[in-house]
Design a protein around this ligand. Structure first.
Ligand code: ADP
Ligand code: ASP
Ligand code: MG
Length: 419
């Protein structure tokens, strides 16, 4: 049986007709090598940003069904252009929307999850010798309406389709040569990782590293699909494989996999709540019933006696809702006021190597102290440590922490007593 290969090309790889021609060359080469080839594409260049801005000229906070209708058009343009280009080169090719390719999602707009992929149509085309080009970032819900998967969601389309097709591999082609120890555009000394564990990549993606959409890594892990992140423009580079921790070679030596930064965070503080059982439950139950996820939480003593302050972080896209909810809750909570700070960023380090290794947190805090950067909040889990800092210090913080762990990595790894 022929092997099935899924290749995904991001916006920068599809940015103009010359780049689309270049992509067609990569796709057709894989096809000529005997692979059944499915290609998932993003919208050309910054098209999606352009569509968002257009909608914002007409309505303050575009959302819902018709916003998804609009956003989905970006990928339709790039998929059909690539199919036309492949046909011109003499290949049988067809462009399918997410819905036509059987990508089904939940009944939620703007950030829908994929619930199933019906591969019948794609299989039929593949068996007929077609190269199948699918629009990333979109699907249809049970009412046959177009939905989108959240910004960066084409990665998730590709992995879900690869999983449903039981593809041998899912290649994510982008504008960097793989997954680095931190964003190589922010820190030039960033090092490329040959391999990274699903759980590490899942945390890095969730904590702000946009090289892969978080749900794509979740899906890859669930389906056991190896994902290779590689460059469209440096094909000789083998990229980074995202894989099961057990199958990795380099696990023992590496303390942390990467440093990441999320600038889309905001802090909400509810001040002067009564210091009594049930206060925190009231705040967080209301937030969760509205589908607002909270990450870091700090409760501290309030200014007045017998009061508490509770501060928590939310994604900026949830800020308006969270703030409105807290304002409405003030009376019910008996709290004094709600304060917002959106000039913050969350910096995190991630690595399965930090389990049972003391000294990683102190290394991170030392790096920030040496760079004279104040920490506003801290949260930790088994494989990650996050701190909140002023947004204006974010890049400097990433650089300082990265230098501590990667430039000095060897000494950290070697000193058994310390790190
Ligand atoms: P695409 O359009 O191909 O989907 P994205 O812009 O979504 O590409 O993702 C690639 C970008 O992710 C890179 O250009 C890089 O700036 C950024 N990035 C952030 N963190 C990392 C990291 N740890 N490793 C590699 N790239 C990263
Ligand atoms: N075009 C969409 C975006 O810009 C989806 C993607 O590129 O993955 O977010
Ligand atoms: Mg992307």
């Amino acid at each position: 049986m022929m092997s099935i290969l899924v290749q995904k090309f991001g916006g920068s790889s599809m940015a103009d007709v010359d780049k689309i021609r270049h992509v067609a060359g990569i796709v057709s080469a894989a096809h000529l090598q005997g692979n059944q080839t499915v290609v998932v594409v993003s919208a050309m260049g910054k098209t999606t940003d352009g569509l968002v801005n257009l909608a914002k000229e007409l309505t303050k906070a575009p959302q819902g069904r018709d916003f998804d209708m609009l956003l989905a058009t970006g990928e339709m343009v790039s998929a059909s252009l690539l199919a036309l280009c492949l046909q011109e080169l003499g290949f049988k090719a067809v462009a399918l929307t997410g819905g036509q390719a059987g990508v089904q999602t939940e009944n939620l707009f703007n950030r829908a999850r994929i619930t199933a992929v019906d591969t019948q149509t794609v299989h039929n085309y593949l068996n007929d010798g077609y190269i199948v080009v699918v629009t990333g970032f979109q699907g249809i819900n049970t009412l046959n309406e177009t939905t989108t998967l959240g910004r960066g969601g084409s990665d998730t389309s590709a992995v879900a389709i690869a999983g449903a097709l039981k593809a041998d591999c899912c290649d994510i082609y982008t504008d960097v040569t793989g997954v680095f120890s931190t964003d190589p555009r922010v820190v030039h000394e960033a090092v490329k990782l040959d391999e990274i564990a699903y759980i590490e990549m899942m945390e890095l993606a969730r904590l702000g590293s946009k090289v892969l959409h978080p749900r794509s890594v979740e899906a890859a892990r669930r389906w056991g699909i190896k994902v290779r992140v590689r460059s469209t423009f440096q094909l000789e580079d083998t990229g980074t494989t995202v894989m099961d921790e057990q199958d990795m070679n380099a696990m023992d030596e590496r303390v942390i996999a990467g440093v990441t930064c999320d600038k889309n965070q905001a802090l909400v503080a509810v001040l002067g709540m009564p210091d009594e059982p049930g206060s925190a439950a009231k705040v967080f139950t209301r937030l969760s019933t509205k589908g607002i996820s909270v990450d870091m939480i700090i409760q501290s003593m309030g200014k007045e006696p017998h009061t508490n302050d509770i501060a928590f972080t939310v994604n900026t896209w949830d800020l308006q809702n969270a703030q409105g909810l807290m304002d409405r809750l003030l009376g019910d909570l008996g709290a004094r006021s709600v304060e917002i700070d959106d000039k913050i960023a969350k910096i995190s380090i991630v690595g399965v190597g930090m389990i049972d290794r003391p000294g990683i947190a102190s290394g991170m805090f030392e790096a920030l102290a040496e760079a004279q950067i104040n920490i506003k909040m801290i949260s930790t889990s088994e494989i990650k440590i996050s701190v909140l800092v002023e947004k204006s210090n974010a890049d400097k913080a990433v650089q300082a922490i990265h230098a501590k762990f990667f430039v000095a990595e060897q000494s950290l790894v070697d000193s058994k007593s310390g790190y």
